[in-house]
Design a protein around this ligand. Sequence first.
Ligand code: NAI
Ligand code: MN
Ligand code: ZN
Length: 335
Amino acid sequence: MKSIVIQQPGKLVIEERPLPAPGPGEVRVRVKRAGICGSDVHIFHGHNPFAKYPRTIGHEFFGHIDAVGEGVDISRTGERIVGDPVISCGHCYPCRIGKPNVCRELQVIGVHRDGGFSEYVTLPAQNAWCVPEGISDDEAAMVEPFTIAANICSQMSPAELDIALVYGAGPMGLTIIQALRGVYGVREIIVADKIDERLAMAKHNGADRIINNAHTDLSQQLAGVMPTLIIDAACHPAILPEAIALASPAGRIGILGFSDAPCTITQQAITSKELSLFSSRLNSRRFPMVIEWMKRRNIDALKLITHHYAFQDVMNAMDVFENNPKECCKVLLEF
Ligand code: NAI
Ligand code: MN
Ligand code: ZN
């Protein structure tokens, strides 16, 4: 089989590898579609501290089961599935309280073990979620990115009274905007980004108001509007202090970033308004939730997909994804 392998930082090769056999409790999937994510690019450049090389990347993948391992129901063969990249131990504290996404022995497919940028991938059977026929192959490849939105929104409980502010109109911001609009029905969605083309995508995906904060301060442009729910999907360290200052009393702030740069916040700014802070990493078994959103047409994942490439053309695909944010949002590889 052919696999897209980062042999070492900066070196991507399409390798011929032996077909893997599914282990006990695992399935093997013939991959059809896989989405490129910022974290794939980070592993390529050697900027992901968890990645070990060589590594087949890719954690957003769709395909069908073509073989099952010991203990897995043979009738699952042929099932259309999307892969949950979160592999957890099942018995540590976070696993026991329903947060396998921060398992103490967390293994992420495409990061800690070989991923979905490959003609075939193996994964635990319980990580392979069945996709109904009404959901297309392209949409199915988008379930994983929407689980990021599902995970943070499930924690923050957006509601009708909320005035939401979303920082960043990249793929992550757009999935969150779609969820806030189509699933939670918040009162207003304001989106800030520094790129006009990205803001146009935000509008197309359900934003009510867009603000370019490249040159003018966001607080000035909000002119006294106090968002009640703020999600940082841009993840610059300067955003959290700003969000704390902008938030309504009793507001909630959610962060998704992994920057290790410090930022300055004060207890007074948080406590005087009794703000709640949330953070969210990957997803805690949110696949059924997102598949349901797709079935009910609460979200339209196809709106995010701007490019398709054959997997053999992965270098061009990664290049467009990384260097053309004005035109490119989500890129799918076809296997
Ligand atoms: P992206 O880089 O495509 O999008 C970020 C957007 O934010 C860009 O459009 C950029 O112009 C904008 N931006 C940057 N600084 C800004 C600022 N100060 N104010 C307003 N807008 C600003 O990235 P993508 O794929 O949408 O991911 C966003 C972030 O989410 C990344 O930092 C990524 O690491 C993080 N992430 C976190 C996950 C989690 O589970 N916690 C999962 C996936 C992504
Ligand atoms: Mn991703
Ligand atoms: Zn665990």
